[in-house]
Every structure is written in structure tokens, then in C-alpha cells.
Design a protein around this ligand. Structure first.
Ligand code: HEC
Ligand code: HEC
Length: 356
């Protein structure tokens, strides 16, 4: 309840502020540009220059091990799933499928997020049931659909057999039990923390008003005025709160979700994890960085294109119908959130080979 009233007040706030932006039009284009930039700076933040490392020792050895483990498929129960299977450089750290395919072709109940910039989100997954990227990586190992291992001991044995002992020893020097599932999480987390993707929008937020096209700036303005920034804000343009999906109508009536047939019920978001009725249909607001590169959209992958997702959002979350021009402008703004695939991520590593 507290969260949803925050949405409405911040949506209202966005509307008030945008009215102030409009008043400025007579003062000329330059001051308009400055007003929009000031407003944007109050709602969003550029990516940090380097990953936040307060609790994580991010040594080159740890990052290299994390990258190897990210690409490692032999730890999964069918030998074919690694993080990279569903978080692939070719698809901007996601997998391009409406719903991911796990071990033995099992269908996962949700659409895969990108792994870029995710260390900056307030929690991981739509339900927020994993606090950090480290915890996320550990829990994936025993997920019955992603890796399908039955115990952590089994995972540690597999890693040792594959020849990973020296890699862990190097990445976690001096530790009596360097090769552990906990350190699997720390290493993969360290690698993920390097996957930041600065975009034209970051240059804009740092004061370069030419970094965005006129259409992208108009889109940014519409994004703020319509109320999108009430939920999609902060450094990752989302990922910082839980909100109900389907405020004006049940989402499946508008998205055509087939979850009911596939999984015998609609996905109730955070409720699936907390079993608290107040969390029913509350989903973590996804980040919108690189969103133009990661179709299809929504937790069930029901929106095939970005214009479609934008239209549905306006209708379901704000009770508004956007014109074609407004949609195109917002999409142009969202495209300014596309950074480059980190070079180190795109190049596959050499993995250890078993020596006995
Ligand atoms: C079989 C496909 C699959 C595999 C393998 C997989 N993931 Fe995912 N990943 C997903 C799906 C689907 C989601 C969305 C889950 C949800 O929100 O409930 C997700 C979500 C995430 C998120 C959350 C991002 C966010 O915005 O909240 C992170 C981080 C992540 N995965 C990292 C990893 C890592 C690291 C590995 C390897 C240890 C991994 N994934 C293996 C499919 C997969
Ligand atoms: C009240 C909060 C709220 C508002 C306002 C809102 N959104 Fe969202 N947005 C969400 C939530 C929650 C989701 C996740 C829905 C799901 O998949 O379950 C989402 C998902 C999205 C997605 C899909 C992201 C992905 O990777 O699948 C896009 C694109 C998006 N929103 C854009 C917008 C735009 C554009 C606006 C304004 C027209 C807007 N949103 C307004 C909460 C909001």
C-alpha cells in the first residue's frame, strides 16, 4: 500500500513539474533545453564510472573466474545450460525468447532480464526474491528449471572434476576452501558488476544536451509528463521499486497473456515469493537501460515490440492512450538508453579442461 501511494504522488509530482516545463516555452529553445535537463537530472542519474565495490573485492582473477563460470554449461544437470544460455551477448544479455528454455527444454515461467547493469538494481528477479547478483547466481544452481542440481556438494564436486580448483585458489587466495558455491556466487557477481553500459543518455545527464536527438528529447519530456518516470527512475530508469502491473485493468485482459493455460494461473509477481496478499501482482519495475535491444517485453514476454510495450504501459499503468507520435518519441528516448555490449562480455573465454 505504501508503495502504490508513492507512485500516485510521484506521478502527480511529475505532472506538476512538467506543467512548469511547458510554461518555459516562451523563453526560447535554449532555456527549454536547460529546464528539461534540470528536470531529468532530478529524476535520473548517470551510471557510475566504475562498479560499486563496497562489499566486493573485484580483482581481475575473480572477474576472469566469474566470466568462465558464466559461460560454463557443464555444471547444469543436462550439461547444456549456463548463465550465457539465457543471458547471451548476441541478445544484449538476454535471450530473445518470450519465456526462457531451461534444462531438458523445460519452459521457465518468466522472460529473462538482461544482466547488464543489474548489480545496481534494488533486488534481483521480478519478485525480488534474490537480494544481490551474488545470491542470484548461487540460487540458480539448484533451481529445478535453470540448472537442476540437487545439492551444492554436487556442484562443488563437478567444478573440481572440471579442473576449476586452481582458478578458485587464484581468485580467493589464502582461503581454506576456495572452491565453494559461495565463491561461485562471489566470482559471477564480480563479473556481473563489471557489466555497465554507459549510453548517450548518460552523456546528456552529464550536461551534453547534444547527446540526444530532438526527437529523443521530446520523448524524454513525454516520458516525464505522461508519468512513466514515476516508476521508471533513478540510475537504471527502473529497478528501484515494486509496483502493481495492471493498475487500471487486469494485465492479461490487455496483454493477452497465456499464463493461465501454460502455468494454471496468472503470475502474481511478488506474491509468489512472499505469499502476502498485499504483494499480489506487484512486480519489480524493470530497468529500461538497453530496453530497445531486449524484446520481447514484460514478465511473460507478451509484448513483441517496444512501441507495443509503451502503449500497453500507458494504458495499464496510467489510464492513458498515447498518440503514434508520442509513442515514437518515447521509443526514440528509450533508444538513447542503449549502451555498447561490454567487449569483455562478448568474447567467449577458454574454459578449463578436466585433467583426470
Ligand atoms: C534457463 C535460462 C536461464 C539461466 C540458465 C539463467 N538465467 Fe538468469 N534469468 C532467467 C530468467 C527467466 C530470469 C527472470 C526471472 C524472474 O524474474 O523471476 C532471470 C533473471 C536473472 C537476473 C535478474 C535481473 C533483474 O533485472 O532482476 C540476473 C542477475 C540473472 N538472471 C543472472 C543469471 C546468472 C548469473 C546465471 C548463471 C548462474 C543465470 N542468470 C542463469 C533465465 C536464466
Ligand atoms: C505504476 C508504475 C509504472 C508506470 C507509471 C509505468 N511503468 Fe513501465 N513497468 C512497470 C512494471 C511493474 C513493469 C513490469 C511489468 C511486467 O512485466 O510484469 C513495467 C514494464 C515496462 C516495460 C517493459 C520492460 C521489459 O524489459 O520487459 C517498458 C518498456 C515500460 N515499462 C515502459 C513504460 C513507459 C513508456 C511508461 C509510461 C507510458 C511506463 N512504463 C509507466 C511499472 C510502471
Amino acid at each position: 500500500m505504501r508503495k502504490s501511494s508513492w507512485v500516485f504522488s510521484s506521478v502527480a509530482l511529475a505532472a506538476v513539474c512538467s506543467a512548469a516545463l511547458l510554461v518555459g516555452t516562451s523563453a526560447g529553445a535554449a532555456s527549454d533545453d536547460q529546464a528539461l535537463l534540470d528536470k531529468a537530472k532530478s529524476l535520473f542519474k548517470p551510471l557510475p564510472e566504475s562498479p560499486a565495490l563496497e562489499n566486493t573485492a573485484l580483482t581481475p582473477e575473480r572477474v576472469a573466474l566469474g566470466k568462465a563460470l558464466f559461460y560454463e554449461t557443464r555444471v547444469s544437470s543436462d550439461g547444456r545450460q549456463g548463465c550465457v544460455s539465457c543471458h547471451n551477448p548476441a541478445y544484449y544479455g538476454a535471450d530473445s525468447l518470450p519465456l526462457s528454455l531451461g534444462i531438458f527444454g523445460k519452459v521457465l515461467p518468466r522472460n529473462a532480464h538482461t544482466v547488464f547493469n543489474t548489480s545496481l538494481l534494488m533486488a534481483q528477479h521480478y519478485g525480488g526474491n534474490r537480494a544481490t547478483v551474488e545470491e542470484q547466481a548461487v540460487k540458480a544452481l539448484t533451481s529445478p528449471v535453470a540448472y537442476g542440481n540437487t545439492s551444492f556438494e554436487q556442484v562443488e564436486k563437478k567444478l573440481a572434476t572440471l579442473g576449476y580448483q586452481p582458478w578458485f585458489d587464484k581468485a580467493f587466495p589464502g582461503e581454506a576452501k576456495a572452491l565453494s558455491v559461495e565463491n561461485w556466487g562471489k566470482a559471477i557477481g564480480a563479473f556481473e558488476r563489471t557489466l555497465l553500459t554507459p549510453a548517450p543518455f548518460d552523456r546528456y545527464l552529464k550536461g551534453d544536451t547534444k547527446a540526444l536527438s530532438a526527437q529523443a528529447k521530446q520523448g524524454l519530456k513525454t516520458f516525464i509528463e505522461t508519468g512513466c518516470a514515476g516508476c521508471h527512475n533513478g540510475v537504471t530508469v527502473g529497478g528501484q521499486s515494486y509496483q502493481k502491473f495492471g493498475i487500471t485493468q487486469d494485465y492479461w485482459l490487455v496483454t493477452g497473456s497465456t499464463e493461465k493455460e501454460a502455468f494454471k494461473g496468472y503470475d502474481k509477481g511478488r506474491f509468489q515469493d512472499t505469499k502476502n496478499e498485499a504483494d499480489a501482482f506487484m512486480f519489480k519495475v524493470p530497468q529500461l537501460r538497453n530496453v530497445a535491444m531486449t524484446p520481447p517485453y514484460f514478465h511473460d514476454g507478451t509484448a513483441a515490440t517496444l512501441p507495443q510495450a509503451v502503449r500497453i504501459m500507458a494504458q495499464l499503468q496510467l489510464g492513458k492512450q498515447l498518440s503514434d507520435t508520442q509513442v515514437a518519441d518515447i521509443v526514440s528516448f528509450l533508444e538513447s538508453l542503449t549502451g555498447e555490449v561490454p567487449a569483455d562480455f562478448a568474447k567467449a573465454p577458454s574454459l578449463p579442461v578436466a585433467s583426470h
